[in-house]
Every structure is written in structure tokens, then in C-alpha cells.
Design a protein around this ligand. Structure first.
Ligand code: COI
Length: 358
């Protein structure tokens, strides 16, 4: 435990936004900051005003992409502020850091620092339907040197953004997904399983193309055969086939989503059969033709559970469940968000209350 984290007060506080928050558009008054250099290790944990930071134009993170991030949320219910499975995010950030040859962080220290930051910002946690405080921890290389080697200096920041639904509009709004058959996101042995900034950079061209054709996001196929489904731009993917929940097995190139993992656990408890396996894109269209593909949804921290209403692959476009969220999708959404928000019992101990630090 770090004790009370150093706190640098700002002169004036910002106006808080009201109404439709969108996603990741507003930022709170403060952020958590932690620095690393090879001699001192991680040091100088502090809560500082949210403001632009100074970095060397030669910072390695800007040139060679040593940058990883996480996403989690805080909810407010009956005055209590709660984080959802934050231990999982700090565990995963260490897996991502290790893959990019960046120094691991002390998970306990960070969780304690995050709780203190969220405590300071508890008035920023929105309580509206589908709203939460989105939390974005990230680490990037700051050493100003152009040689290609692991940086000796890094900065970790955690910024906070009161947010609503990722896709805008209502929660459970259906999305239109384009199955990408030209570009690939990741290959086994690469960095697909890690939450690294470059994976998202690599996805943008395909996403823009899909947006121009009227689709929200792309569904990636495997990088070798381009036959098996992997994940969507900002979420994992689930299919309801013959009443069973089917999702691509983690294979090294798919992000191990914390929402994905939670949904699998909850679905099994609710009595659904869940299969984690290779899912062929042809299999899905064949199942659709036989009337066996009845629901599709994505899962992610930002996206929560997002029903897919339309899937486009090559020259076919199929409409799932009349472009409406299906029964299983809704049941899982209600259960998952009910636990997150505190409206349903948390049997798993997934909710972590943010204490009031005096
Ligand atoms: C999240 O769901 O937290 C993500 O990181 C996905 C996206 C917003 C990049």
C-alpha cells in the first residue's frame, strides 16, 4: 500500500458536463501520474491536475510505439462508488507491458492510487442509465533517443472520462459490422493478445473504409487463413448458434477481454451452454441460412454488450434477429450491468468499493 498519495491541487475546478456525455469526450479535474527510469524504477506516484504534459520530441513511444493502455469503469449506486474487476485490468496491463519489453507495475500500488484518484473525483461519476466513469490507464516510453531499443524511461497516467454508450444513442442499440477480408489485425506470435496502442492504429484504415460504407466497425478474421472470426475493432464477439453461446477461443491473437470472461462465467451460471472454439465465417453464414444463427453481440468495457444487427461479408449482408437485440443478449446485458451498477447481488466479489479517504 502506498499510504496517502501526493496530491497537487488545481486552482479552479472545471464545469461538469450534463446530458448526453458521448464517449471519452470530457475529462475530470485530476489524473494519476507515475514515472519510471531505469535507475529509480517506478517512482513519484501522485495525483495532479489533468493538463497537457511535456514530452521530448524524440520520445521513443512516439517513434517506435512502446505504448499500452487499459479501460475500466466506475459506477455510482445509492451514493457508493464502485470499480468493476480492477484487478483484472492491472494484471492485463502487466501482460501487455511485458510483451512490449516495458517494466511491469505494482498492481496493488496502482489499484490503491486509482481508488484515491476516483475518491477525489467521486462527484464526476455519473449516475444516468448507461453512464459511468470510464477509466483509462496508459503507459508510454518517454526517453528521448532514436536508437531502436527498449526505452529506459516511461510515464504512466490514469485519466478519467464521464461517459455514456460507446456507440452513442441508447444502450443496446444494434450495430452494423463489416467482416474485413483484406486487412488483418494480428497474427499468432504478434501482439494481438496485448492491449497495445499499435493494434488500434493498425485497425483504423479498415474501420474508416467500413464507416464510409455505412458500417460501425469491422470484424477481423484470422491473419493466416482469413477464415476464422477473431474480434471486432473495440470488442470481443459472441454468437448464439442453436441456442448455444459460441465465441472464438483465445489463441494469442485475440484480446482476452475482461467483459468476455465475465459474460462467459455469467452465461454458464444462467444455464447457457458456452463454446470457446474456432468459429469459421462460412459456418456462421451457413447457420444463418438454416435459421440457427439467432443472435450476435460484442462485449467490451466501453461497448458493454452491443447487439449486432447486420453482418456484411463479401457480397452478402445478413440481418440478425430483425436488427433487434435478442433475448439472450438482453438477459446477459441486464445481469451484467445489474451486477456492475449494484442493482443485482455480486456473488463473485467483482465490485470493489472506493473508500472515502479523509
Ligand atoms: C475498452 O473497451 O475499454 C477499450 O479499450 C476499447 C476501445 C474504446 C479502445
Amino acid at each position: 500500500m502506498s499510504g496517502k498519495v501526493k496530491f497537487e491541487q488545481r486552482d479552479t475546478l472545471k464545469e461538469k458536463p450534463e446530458g448526453n456525455l458521448g464517449f471519452g469526450q470530457y475529462f475530470t479535474d485530476y489524473m494519476l501520474s507515475l514515472d519510471y527510469d531505469a535507475d529509480k524504477g517506478w517512482h513519484d506516484l501522485k495525483i495532479v491536475p489533468y493538463a497537457p504534459i511535456e514530452v521530448s520530441p524524440a520520445a521513443q513511444g512516439l517513434h517506435y510505439g512502446q505504448a499500452v493502455f487499459e479501460g475500466l469503469k466506475a459506477y455510482k449506486h445509492n451514493g457508493e462508488v464502485v470499480l468493476f474487476r480492477p484487478d483484472q485490468n492491472f494484471k492485463r496491463i502487466n501482460d501487455s507491458l511485458a510483451r512490449l519489453e516495458m517494466p511491469k507495475v505494482d498492481e496493488e500500488l496502482l489499484l490503491d492510487g486509482l481508488k484515491q484518484l476516483v475518491d477525489v473525483e467521486r462527484d464526476w461519476v455519473p449516475e444516468g442509465e448507461g453512464q459511468s466513469l470510464y477509466i483509462r490507464p496508459f503507459v508510454f516510453a518517454t526517453e528521448g533517443i532514436l536508437g531502436v531499443r527498449a526505452s529506459h524511461q516511461y510515464k504512466l497516467l490514469i485519466i478519467l472520462s464521464p461517459s455514456g454508450a460507446y456507440y452513442g444513442g441508447d444502450t443496446l442499440k444494434t450495430t452494423k459490422i463489416y467482416v474485413e477480408d483484406e486487412y488483418v489485425r494480428a497474427v499468432r506470435g504478434g501482439v494481438g493478445f496485448a492491449k497495445v496502442a499499435g493494434n488500434y492504429a493498425a485497425s483504423l484504415l479498415a474501420q474508416t473504409n467500413a464507416n464510409q460504407l455505412g458500417y460501425d466497425q469491422v470484424l477481423w478474421l484470422d491473419g493466416v487463413e482469413r477464415k476464422y472470426v477473431e474480434e471486432v475493432g473495440s470488442m470481443n464477439i459472441f454468437f448464439v448458434e442453436n441456442g448455444k453461446l459460441v465465441t472464438p477461443a483465445l489463441n494469442g491473437s485475440i484480446l482476452p477481454g475482461i467483459t468476455r470472461k465475465s459474460i462467459i462465467e455469467l452465461a454458464k451460471e444462467l444455464g447457457y451452454e458456452v463454446e470457446e472454439r474456432k468459429v469459421g465465417i462460412d459456418e456462421l453464414f451457413e447457420a444463418y441460412d438454416k435459421g440457427e444463427l439467432t443472435e450476435v453481440f460484442g462485449s467490451g468495457t466501453a461497448a458493454v454488450i452491443s447487439p449486432v444487427g447486420v453482418l456484411k461479408y463479401e457480397d452478402r449482408e445478413i440481418v440478425i434477429n430483425n436488427n433487434e437485440p435478442g433475448e439472450i443478449t438482453k438477459k446477459l446485458y441486464d445481469t451484467y450491468t445489474g451486477i456492475q451498477s449494484g442493482k443485482l447481488e455480486d456473488k463473485h466479489g467483482w465490485r470493489v468499493v472506493v473508500p472515502e479517504y479523509k
